[in-house]
Design a protein around this ligand. Structure first.
Ligand code: NAD
Length: 413
């Protein structure tokens, strides 16, 4: 089943539970706007290469579209649509006045120079310029994009419209309208979620064992927060090239510096190299997939031994695996709740940009904690009320809020 089919299946299941009106359901199954662009750039050797780019808005009933921009060889329209739909529910679950969108370019940034990536980002921005804007759709970083690309998007948009427009994109450098705390927001949010679920399940965090798949923005900022708070024991970490394991715990601060220097976590001192599959099936309290979608498959799920899964990545668990894990009694905090820290602080950045008034880090972090804690507890209560798991509870909350906004707005014309 494709990622988008998977996402639509979750919508269908939640629609049935909340008895969603047929007309609303028919609209929510589709993405409202889909733009496919070809992005030609001049390569450093003088040749011209053409890349495929996408920007999709799934639903904007609650506010402008919001969603990341991904640079990856596996980016497809199907994937971008699925991720845009997840963004709609995510923004609604944490009650932001934003809709769901996503973008991507099918490319391998590891094979491109910095100048080529800059030309690609700027040409793509120009190509989708009619769709984006502070009141329409606001991109943000995702896999293989960071504050650098967001800065180029802001500059390109501003050059095209003739005015510096801070609020067109979030995750920018702090020097040009970015928010303090945005870069680490998703990992910080995962940490707040970890605290909440541990309280509910009565798990002692001090000695909890944690395995993290993916050591990019999300995985590493989560690991560093654990290190700072002296919470738990990270026994395994992985990236695209493979993982490392030490049952006595890994020093994530040293690992962060090591991974930067060596472009990966493999062969870190005092650890044993393991595969990503081995990491996902380790005996631990918390498993945090923070890499890419489709990692916990039907084949892997029966061997997962973690007590709790906190989904840092978007869509890390395929639908069939989800059923297996639920039957095994493994508690899953779903992506649309667990990794919402990123979009929450993106929202704060957008608000700060529109006001040209900037917050200190304490305010950003305390507002983030307050919002995530409230959302987690809302989802927890719904799961009790409907006697369902946290993923379904989050969908019930997200889909209901979007449906309510659509009903109140009515159907144009
Ligand atoms: P990133 O590019 O910074 O890091 C991705 C990490 O995953 C890298 O360590 C990479 O080596 C690893 N990885 C990639 N493919 C892998 C594979 N097949 N097996 C094992 N490891 C693999 O990306 P990121 O921003 O950290 O995003 C990670 C996930 O979190 C994505 O699913 C993204 O959509 C989601 N997410 C990101 C944000 C954000 O603010 N950046 C917010 C919400 C959700």
């Amino acid at each position: 089943m494709s990622f988008y089919e998977n996402a639509k299946k979750m919508l269908a299941k939640s629609a049935e539970i909340i008895k969603l009106e047929q007309g609303i359901y028919e609209q929510l199954k589709k993405c409202t706007k889909t733009l496919i662009v070809s992005v030609p750039i001049k390569m450093d050797d003088g040749s011209i290469k053409v890349f495929d780019g996408y920007r999709v808005q799934h639903n904007t009933a609650r506010g402008p579209g919001k969603g990341g921009l991904r640079f990856h060889p596996n980016v497809t329209l199907d994937e971008v649509r699925a991720l845009a739909m997840l963004m709609t529910w995510k923004c609604a679950v944490v009650n932001l006045p934003l809709g769901g969108a996503k973008g991507g370019i099918t490319c391998n940034p590891n094979e491109l120079s910095v100048n080529e990536i800059e030309r690609l980002t700027r040409r793509y921005t120009s190509a989708i310029i009619d769709l984006i804007g502070p009141e329409k759709d606001i991109p943000a970083p995702d896999i293989n994009t960071s504050k650098r690309e967001m800065g180029w998007i802001m500059d390109t948009y501003s050059m095209n419209v003739g005015a510096t427009t801070l609020g067109v994109v979030t995750g920018k450098p702090v020097e040009m309208g970015g928010s303090l705390g945005r870069e680490t927001a998703t990992g910080t949010g995962l940490y707040f979620i970890l605290e909440e679920i541990a309280k509910k399940l009565d798990i002692d965090l001090k000695n909890a064992t944690i395995a993290i798949q993916g050591f990019g923005n999300v995985g590493s900022s989560f690991a560093l927060r654990l290190y700072e708070e002296k919470v738990g024991k990270v026994i395994a970490v992985s990236d695209l090239k493979g993982g490392i394991y030490n049952p006595d715990g890994i020093n994530c601060k040293e690992l962060f510096e090591y991974a930067k220097r060596n472009k990966g976590v493999s062969n870190f001192k005092g650890t044993k190299n393991i595969t990503n599959e081995e990491l996902l099936t380790l005996d631990c309290d918390f498993l945090v997939p923070a890499a890419i979608e489709g990692q916990i498959t039907e084949k892997i799920a029966p061997n997962v031994k973690a007590k709790v899964i906190i989904e840092g990545a978007n869509g890390p668990t395929v639908s069939a695996a989800d059923d297996i894990l639920n039957k095994k009694g493994i508690v899953i905090v779903p992506d649309i709740l667990a990794n919402a820290g990123g979009v929450i602080v993106s929202y704060f950045e957008w608000v700060q940009d529109l006001h040209s008034f900037f917050w200190d880090l304490e305010r950003v972090q305390s507002e983030l904690k307050r919002l995530l804690k409230k959302s987690f507890n809302d989802v927890w209560e719904i799961s009790k009320k409907y006697n369902t798991n946290l993923r379904m509870a989050a969908y019930i909350l997200g889909v209901s809020r979007v449906a309510d906004a659509m009903k109140m707005r009515g159907l144009f014309p």
